[in-house]
Design a protein around this ligand. Structure first.
Ligand code: 5BU
Length: 366
């Protein structure tokens, strides 16, 4: 079979032709940072997650999270863990990919994506879907992201209070909608003639529009706001999806038909789907320009056996080298977790993985 043109194209040229704004941005980032490495930040605490995001940030283009394995995750939309990660992402130039593997009916995945405590869509540029429930899970996530983006310039915040009104409820002063403002004295309502009236109980629904410049959108954490990597702009607001087309685990049930259905769903939703989590490149039609990220990646300690298959983790995970994943199977980004996190010097190891993955890419496109 003829080699697909994306396998020989540089990341810079793929940035030029990409139609998805986030894919375009990611290819630019890869070219600029000379990195096609994703850190899978599978750590137990939010403190470690932020530590690794900061230390390894300069070497990667994507930081992959599993927010539900992290204890101490702070869900505060403005100052919490997601907001802090988003700030580090801007500072070091990487995208956040929450490996949530949504896998339910459309209505449920939409809600899991945009609401709940985590509000994943607010801080994760990229998420992925396990397409077992069918194509509707993809279109529903796409619709949810489109609605989120439409509302982005002005978010309506609704607060409902039930009970005895406070002084603020009778005030004309707009600033009274400070949520935490304490009443100075007990509420007393006066009739038109100035006599004291009875204290009433009311339900108040307050809606206010919050500007896109609000800290909710992660722009107010000042310590992380400086851009350290020259030439990197703010990431576009558009969100992106990766379809889980193939898995790295031994004996998984994702067969050829399933993988092909994933490719079809991607082609049908190009404005939202950036590409795949897969074990090989899946671009086959001339128009296909999807990005591929591959987990199950480790390097032998001494760089030997580059093309060989490595020992698994004893829990079903199988590993291949960056050379095999990028150079032979045609993926674009290697996803590495424990290979970096468990090393004696994770920063040095991240550089070793970056360098090996980049070398495999440059040799592929040569
Ligand atoms: P490791 O420590 O490099 O084995 O971590 C791999 C990560 O990638 C981990 O977070 C997995 O949940 C994730 N992963 C995977 O290993 N294989 C897959 O097919 C998919 C995700 Br999809």
């Amino acid at each position: 079979m003829a080699v697909h043109p994306t396998l020989k194209a540089t990341f810079a040229s793929r940035a030029e032709t990409a139609t998805h704004p986030l894919t375009k941005y990611l290819f630019k980032l890869m070219d600029l940072k000379a990195s096609n490495l994703c850190l899978s930040a599978d750590v137990a605490t939010a403190r470690e997650l932020l530590y690794f995001a900061d230390k390894i940030g300069p070497y990667i283009v994507v930081l992959k999270t599993h927010y539900d394995m992290v204890s101490g995750w702070d869900f505060h939309p403005e100052t919490g863990t997601g907001a802090k990660l988003a700030s580090l992402a801007r500072r070091h130039g990487f995208l956040i990919f929450e490996d949530r593997k949504f896998g339910d009916i459309g209505n449920t995945v939409e809600l899991q994506y945009v609401s709940g405590s985590a509000r994943i869509i607010d801080w994760a540029h990229i998420v992925n879907v396990n397409m077992v429930p069918g194509k509707a899970s993809v279109t529903s996530l796409a619709n949810a992201a489109a609605r989120w983006l439409e509302r982005y310039p002005c978010e309506v915040r609704t607060s409902v209070t039930v009970g005895t009104p406070t002084l603020g409820h009778f005030s004309d002063d707009e600033s009274e909608d400070e949520p935490d403002a304490e009443p100075e004295r007990p509420p007393v309502k006066r009739d038109n003639d100035g006599r004291k009236g009875s204290i009433v109980s009311v339900t108040t629904v307050t809606q206010r529009y919050e500007s896109a410049l609000s800290p909710r959108f992660n722009k107010s954490i000042s310590e992380g706001d400086e851009v350290l990597f020259p030439g990197i702009d703010e990431a576009p607001l558009e969100r992106g999806l990766l379809i889980l087309a193939q898995m790295s685990s031994e004996g998984n049930f994702m067969n050829k038909e399933y993988t092909q259905a994933c490719v079809e769903a991607a082609r049908e939703n190009k404005s939202f789907v950036m590409g795949f989590i897969s074990q090989e490149a899946l671009n086959t039609e001339p128009d296909d320009a999807f990005i591929h990220m591959t987990p199950g990646c480790q390097l032998p300690p001494d760089d030997e056996g580059k093309n060989g298959v490595l020992k698994g983790d004893g829990k079903g995970q199988q590993y291949n080298t960056p050379q095999k994943i990028i150079g032979i199977s045609g993926a674009d980004i290697a996803i590495v977790g424990r290979g970096i996190l468990k090393a004696n010097d994770p920063v040095e190891e991240a550089e070793r993985y970056r360098s090996a993955s980049w070398k495999a890419y440059t040799e592929r496109v040569r």
